[in-house]
Design a protein around this ligand. Structure first.
Ligand SMILES: C[S@@+](CC[C@H](N)C(=O)[O-])C[C@H]1O[C@@H](n2cnc3c(N)ncnc32)[C@H](O)[C@@H]1O
Length: 317
């Protein structure tokens, strides 16, 4: 059965080292629910844990393999996995990085995290460390990581992950878009003070709980009163809002309306215009960069997420 999955992955163009890792790990050992073995090795998402209280899924193998390809996962690497679930993906990655590498896998649900520990122990996998907690904080004790591998939909890429990466480390991450509800995956590399990269494909993961899933709520407190300083009419306002969402991590939503919130000002997003209160240099800069790129959607742009720096967008991809 595992052979079948191997060939499915090979047909996707997945490299031998990664496809072979799937041959080495019994997926059924990570599933609480009994599925027919033939179905376990289909290229499908499966429920790995569900006790009516907490829930986890085992992601689609070809998507996991593609993520591994994009981050160029290889022998000896140290990986932070966020959203460890019952441990299958961590186990497969552990075979790719080998004994000289390490997977640090963080899972929010205490129950699921304990099960992941047991599953990995039963299979004698020693190069995976399972941590129970909110992935928002990463795991600083083992940093820096060569790769941050995110298997849950998150609202933002927090400062903590950026700090736990070294220059050129990669992060693959599905981001929850607040307006459309889409969950596109992005690949970024660290080039301080930015993460530079772009769109890869559409996904559908579980949405994160904890601080990785409540950005709009957390940002509410930053909306302060400033005098109205400018009204700018804007074509394709929703595309611009999505760009601001991915790039700035400063969106909030109040009474059904989106705002960008900053120490020196705020921006209100309306249909067809934006209203700037106080100062919003980052947004004005972004707007002129985006105009120069012909108002293209984020899928067709290079994104530079700033950490203690204004985020930018450039046209080439
Ligand atoms: C799609 S499942 C992960 C699949 C997993 N990688 C596997 O191979 O089975 C997403 C997991 O993310 C976890 N999660 C949700 N919010 C989280 C957070 N803030 N930090 C860490 N894990 C989180 C969920 O409990 C769930 O188990």
């Amino acid at each position: 059965m595992r052979e079948r999955l191997f060939w499915i992955l090979k047909n996707y163009g997945v490299k031998d080292r990664i496809a072979k890792a799937f041959l080495e790990v019994p997926r059924e050992s990570f599933l609480m629910k009994r599925y027919p073995l033939s179905y376990v090795y289909e290229d499908v998402v499966l429920v790995s844990y569900d006790d009516g209280e907490v829930f986890s899924t085992s992601s689609q193998p070809s998507l996991m393999a593609m993520f591994m390809e994009w981050v160029e996962l290889s022998e000896g690497m140290k990986v932070l996995e966020v959203g460890g679930g019952t441990g299958y993906n961590a186990a497969v990655m552990s075979k790719v990085v080998g004994d000289s590498g390490l997977i640090v896998s963080i899972e929010y649900s205490e129950k699921i995290c304990k099960i992941a520990e047991e599953n990995l122990k039963k299979l004698g996998i020693e190069n995976v460390i399972v941590i129970c907690g909110d992935g928002y904080y990463g795991v600083p004790d083992f940093a820096p990581y060569d790769v941050v591998f995110v298997t849950v939909g998150v609202d933002e890429i927090p400062d903590t992950w950026f700090e736990q990466m070294h220059e050129k480390s990669r992060v693959i991450v599905p981001i929850n878009l607040k307006l459309s509800g889409r969950q596109p995956a992005f690949l970024f590399s660290k080039a301080s003070p930015y993460l530079v990269g772009g769109y890869k494909l559409e996904t559908r993961f579980i949405k994160a709980g904890g601080k990785l899933g409540n950005l709009l709520e957390r940002n509410k407190k930053f909306l302060k009163e400033f005098p109205l300083s400018k009204v700018i009419s804007i074509s394709r306002p929703f595309l611009f809002l999505e760009l601001v969402d991915i790039l700035t991590r400063k969106l909030t939503k109040i009474d059904g309306r989106f705002y960008y919130v900053d120490d020196r000002g705020a921006v209100e997003f309306l249909n067809g215009e934006i209203r700037i209160y106080g100062e919003a240099t980052e947004i004005e800069n972004l707007l002129s960069q985006w105009e120069r790129c012909g108002y293209r959607g984020f899928e067709h742009l290079t994104l530079h997420i700033g950490y203690n720096a204004f985020s930018r967008v450039s046209c080439s991809i």
